[in-house]
Design a protein around this ligand. Structure first.
Ligand code: TRP
Length: 446
């Protein structure tokens, strides 16, 4: 066999940081906190932890097993492990899904960049909360601003991915992940120190099992999938660069624990501040871009410097979290092109970034001039999100689980994932995970 020249992550720690970086993103910061509120606080957190541990973690391990064994891109992995079969088309769909997610995710990433620049320049109206609320809708509906933010964010993503695994992705996540944790913990401490913040903690922690119905469980599972970046090959691609002696189970557990921990601390940073200001917590995406700027601006009446520091820290954290996720999406696409079309890395990147711009621009305009361009009431942005989060990611995860559970040889799977829990894992991915995924898939469509 020709010795492989494939790059490798430098250590277990940097590999786990890159994985955690992919997992920790906008899903943790804005989606998780308001879902907790809608579905019974602590009860939802319990459901989320159960879904993460028993369904999402086994799915993560399946993707990691495939990546580590095949050491190829998503499409190439299926081709290697099941030559001549149709499984590789599922790999092709994963790449397409990553491409679409990257395009619309970069629009939201662009907003955080815009807000970061504004907070640095005092443009988030410190001391004038009423003005702060309107900034988001003005920014998102201005073609020039939203497209500029989107393009800059995508360019930053492309530059990091261009550096490859070691010089690009590993180096970037090694710096950002620790900063992200420190920033978020500082924000929690600050948020909890505000008078009246206790209501927010109660909102998150107090379990109300009467609100946790079947749809709450389906949401918990869907959120666990989105948050762990499952079903589109992001886990597979990073795993294909892990060291041969890396322990998959340990990496999976660490990624899952840090992702859940980060989701909970994000909720603890946001909700107490919302309660301290007496605002409505269940407003969805607007929470991060409207409610919080209002809160930060109100603080500015008495303490303008503190207000500027907290705002900057918050939007910097969101931007970093979003970038460490978007690089994994683009990397899935780039590795595929490098491997299959034998092209240079920059060429592979352009092959996806240029069409990504063509798709991302209408997504960015979905909040302004293309607001009216809808299908079944969904804008272009919403269609991309629905297609990926509710259909492609879920089906992708099902394909990975079926492949490992039913197509790969048991002995091969065991070789990659040997350990005391192997039997439990193998039983779960054959008999529990596929029906569970089908249940969320159907309930998400209803
Ligand atoms: N996990 C990321 C977050 O929480 C988002 C995400 C969804 C993702 N699907 C992905 C990241 C695929 C990388 C690849 O925000």
């Amino acid at each position: 066999m020709v010795p492989s020249k494939r790059e490798q992550f430098g250590s277990s720690l940097t590999f786990i940081m890159a994985m955690a970086g992919s997992a920790i993103g906008l899903g943790n910061i804005w989606r998780f906190p308001y879902m907790v509120g809608e579905h019974g606080g602590g009860a939802f957190i319990i459901a989320y932890i159960v879904c993460s541990a028993f369904i999402a973690l086994p799915c993560f391990l399946c993707e990691a097993v495939i990546g580590k064994r095949a050491r190829s891109g998503v499409y190439g992995s299926f081709e290697k492990l099941a030559p001549g079969s149709k499984w590789k088309w599922a790999g092709g769909i994963s790449i397409l899904a990553c491409f679409v997610i990257m395009s619309y995710y970069s629009v939201v990433g662009g907003w955080s960049l815009d807000f970061l620049v504004r907070s640095l320049s005092g443009g988030l109206a410190p001391g004038r909360p009423d003005e702060a609320v309107g900034i988001f809708s003005k920014m998102a509906s201005s073609p020039l601003e939203s497209i500029t933010g989107f393009l800059l964010f995508l360019m930053a993503t492309a530059l990091i991915v261009l550096g490859g695994i070691k010089k690009g992705i590993e180096k970037f996540t090694k710096i950002t992940i620790p900063i992200l944790f420190v920033l978020m913990i500082a924000l929690v401490v600050y948020s909890l120190s505000l008078p009246g913040s206790g209501g927010g903690v109660k909102y998150i922690i107090e379990p109300d099992f009467s609100k946790l119905d079947a749809s709450g469980w389906a949401c918990a599972l869907g959120q666990a999938f989105f948050s762990m970046s499952l079903g589109v090959g992001a886990v597979l691609i990073y795993s294909s660069f892990m060291k041969k002696d890396e322990r998959i189970l340990r990496a999976g557990v660490w990624t899952s624990v840090s992702d859940t921990f980060f989701a909970i601390i994000s909720a603890l940073a946001i909700m107490p501040a919302v309660f301290a200001s007496g605002l409505e917590p269940g407003v969805g995406p607007a929470l991060v871009y409207e409610t919080l700027p209002y809160i930060f601006a109100s603080m500015g009446v008495e303490t303008p410097v503190l207000s500027a520091v907290v705002t900057t820290a918050f939007f910097l954290a969101i931007l970093m979290a979003a970038l460490t996720s978007s690089i994994s999406m683009l990397d899935v696409c780039v590795e595929h092109a490098v491997e299959q079309y034998k092209c240079k890395r920059w060429m592979a990147m352009l092959l996806f970034v240029v069409p990504g711009i063509a798709l991302g621009v209408p997504c960015a305009l979905s909040f302004g001039s293309l607001k009216g361009a809808t299908l079944f009431g969904l804008t272009i942005f919403d269609i991309c999100d629905f297609l990926c989060s509710n259909i492609l990611m879920t089906l992708g995860a099902l394909v990975f689980a079926l492949f490992v559970g039913w197509r790969m040889k048991k002995a091969d799977v065991q070789e990659e994932l040997n350990g005391p829990l192997f039997k439990v894992f193998y039983f779960m991915i054959r008999w529990v995970v596929p029906p569970a995924i089908l249940i969320i898939f159907i309930s998400n469509l209803l």
